[in-house]
Design a protein around this ligand. Structure first.
Ligand SMILES: [Zn+2]
Length: 475
C-alpha cells in the first residue's frame, strides 16, 4: 500500500508536508530551512519554467545572468531596500582563507547588482527599454520556513526592466502582473485576485507593488507573484541617467517582477486531496499513465497491447507506462493517484477483447470505458475538461468564501469562524491596518484593481473609506 497521508480535516499543515514528501517532490536538506527538490518536483518546476519563459519572450524579454555575490555596499545605496532586507541577509566575510576587504552579500534579490550594470549600459534613450529576466536562486535567511512556501534558498525568476518614461514603466508593471495572472489561471488553474499592495506590504524600495493572490483550501491567501513599479529609486541610487530624445538628462524608470517555486505550494494547496497530488494537466509533467492489468496467462497479450497503446499516446501527450511486475495494479493505482497524474488508462484482457480501455480521472475518480481506437482523442478532450473543471472548482470555492464586511464586528466574526477573503472599506491609515492584523491576524492582501472605488466607511475606525481592501490570513 502507498504510504498514508494525514487527512486535511485532521491537520492541514501536516497534510501539506505529507504530500510534498510522499509524492517525492522535495525533502529536507541538512541545513535548516533549505530544501532538496527531487526529480518529480523539479519536473513540475521545469514545466512552470518553460511555459512562463515562453510568455516572457512573447512580451519582448530576454534572459541574462548576474552573479550570486553582491558587494555589501551596493545594498546600502537604496535606504528602504537595505532596511527591508538587512534582517534576512547571508553575508560572506571570509574566502580563500582570508578575511575579505568588503563583505559580500549572497543575493536576496538582484536589483542592486543589475542597476550597477545598467549604469554602464544605458547612456541614451536609444539604449532603452532594457527588458531582462533572470532565472536564479536567491537566499533569504528566514526564521520560520516551510517546504516550497518559505525556504532559505529558493529558485525563482526576476525580471528587471529599464524605461525612458514613467508611463512606460507603469505599463510594464501591469503588463507583467497580467502575464502572471494569465499563467496562474490558464495553466495552474488557480483563480487569483490581482491588486495593489498597501504601503506596509510593498517591496522594500518600490513605489508601488502589485500582486496576485490565490485562496488555498484552508481559506488562507497565498501571494503567488509580485510586480513592482520602482520609479526612479534604483536609477538614483546607482546614478543611471540617460540623454532624453529632447536632449535633456533624466533618471531611468524601473520595474521588477518575480515568481518562485512557491507556485508549487500554491498548486498543492489549491487542488490536491487526501489521496495525494492533483495536478492541472497543463503543468503536469506526466499527463497520462497506462497501467496494464494481467495474470500470468494473459500477461504477454496485455503488456504488448499496453506498450503499443502507450507508443500511440506518446506522439501527442506526456505519457508513461507502468508495466513493472513487482507491484499489483491496486498498489499502482494508489501510487499514481498520490503522484497526481491527471488520467490513468487501465488495460485488462477483457477490455482488449472488447476493443476498449478504461480511463480514470484523478480529480473526480470517475471511470469511463472508451473505444481503444479513439481513446487518444478522448484523453485529449478529457485533459481539457479536467483543466477547466479544476479552475471552476477552485473559483467556486473562493467565491463561496469571499465576503463583504461593513463593520469591525462583522469582519472579526468571519475571522473568528472559518475565515476567507473579506472585502471592506479602509481609510488608508496604517493604524487601522495594524489594528485589524492585531485582532484577527488578517492583513490587507490587495486593493483590487477592478474595485469600483471607495464607498462607505473604514471597517476599523468608521471614518470615510478611501479604498476597498481585501483582508485575509496569509501564508
Ligand atoms: Zn480607518
Amino acid at each position: 500500500m502507498a504510504e498514508r497521508i494525514t487527512p486535511r480535516s485532521q491537520d492541514y499543515s501536516q497534510w501539506y508536508v505529507d504530500i510534498v514528501l510522499k509524492a517525492k517532490l522535495a525533502d529536507y536538506a541538512p541545513v535548516k530551512g533549505c530544501m532538496v527538490v527531487r526529480p518529480r518536483g523539479y519536473a513540475l518546476w521545469e514545466r512552470i519554467q518553460s511555459v512562463l519563459d515562453a510568455m516572457f519572450k512573447e512580451t519582448g524579454h530576454s534572459n541574462a545572468y548576474f552573479p550570486l555575490l553582491i558587494p555589501e555596499s551596493f545594498l546600502k545605496r537604496e535606504a528602504e531596500h537595505v532596511e527591508g532586507f538587512a534582517p534576512e541577509l547571508a553575508v560572506v566575510t571570509h574566502a580563500g582563507g582570508e578575511k575579505l576587504e568588503e563583505p559580500l552579500v549572497v543575493r536576496p534579490t538582484s536589483e542592486t547588482i543589475i542597476w550597477s550594470m545598467y549604469k554602464k549600459w544605458v547612456q541614451s534613450y536609444r539604449d532603452l527599454p532594457l527588458l531582462i529576466n533572470q532565472w536564479a536562486n536567491v537566499v533569504r535567511w528566514e526564521k520560520r520556513t516551510r517546504l516550497f512556501l518559505r525556504t532559505t534558498e529558493f529558485l525563482w525568476q526576476e525580471g528587471h526592466t529599464a524605461h525612458a518614461t514613467e508611463a512606460e514603466a507603469a505599463e510594464e508593471t501591469l503588463r507583467m502582473l497580467g502575464v502572471y495572472r494569465r499563467f496562474a489561471e490558464e495553466f495552474l488553474a488557480l483563480p487569483v485576485l490581482a491588486g495593489l499592495k498597501s504601503d506596509s506590504e510593498k517591496f522594500a524600495g518600490a513605489v508601488r507593488t502589485y500582486s496576485i493572490e490565490g485562496m488555498m483550501q484552508d481559506r488562507r491567501a497565498l501571494q503567488a507573484g509580485t510586480s513592482h513599479f520602482l520609479g526612479q529609486n534604483f536609477a538614483k541610487a546607482f546614478d543611471v541617467a540617460f540623454q532624453t530624445k529632447e536632449g535633456g538628462l533624466d533618471f531611468v524608470w524601473a520595474t521588477s517582477w518575480g515568481v518562485s517555486w512557491r507556485l508549487l505550494g500554491a498548486l498543492i494547496m489549491t487542488h490536491s486531496d487526501d489521496k495525494g497530488l492533483v495536478l492541472p494537466p497543463a503543468v503536469a509533467p506526466t499527463e497520462v499513465v497506462v497501467v496494464p492489468i494481467y495474470k500470468n496467462d494473459t500477461k504477454d497479450k496485455v503488456v504488448e497491447f499496453a506498450r503499443g497503446f502507450h507508443r500511440r499516446l506518446r506522439e501527442h501527450l506526456r505519457a508513461e507506462i507502468d508495466d513493472d511486475d513487482a507491484n499489483s495494479p491496486g498498489w499502482k493505482f494508489s501510487e499514481w493517484e498520490l503522484l497526481g497524474v491527471p488520467v490513468r488508462v487501465e488495460v485488462g484482457p477483457r477490455d482488449i477483447d472488447a476493443g476498449k480501455v478504461v480511463l480514470a480521472r484523478r480529480d473526480t475518480g470517475e471511470k469511463i470505458s472508451v473505444d481503444a481506437a479513439s481513446a487518444p482523442e478522448r484523453i485529449r478532450e478529457l485533459l481539457a475538461e479536467i483543466q477547466t473543471s479544476l479552475f471552476e472548482r477552485a473559483r467556486s470555492f473562493r467565491d463561496k468564501n469571499t465576503f463583504k464586511a461593513e463593520s469591525f464586528e462583522e469582519l472579526k466574526a468571519i475571522f473568528d469562524g472559518e475565515g476567507g477573503f473579506v472585502e471592506a472599506g479602509w481609510c488608508g491609515a496604517v493604524e487601522c491596518e495594524a489594528g485589524i492584523k492585531e485582532a484577527t491576524k488578517a492583513t490587507i492582501r490587495a486593493l483590487p484593481l477592478d474595485s469600483p472605488g471607495a464607498s462607505g466607511s473604514c471597517v476599523s475606525c468608521g471614518k470615510q473609506a478611501v479604498v476597498r481592501a481585501v483582508f485575509a490570513r496569509a501564508y
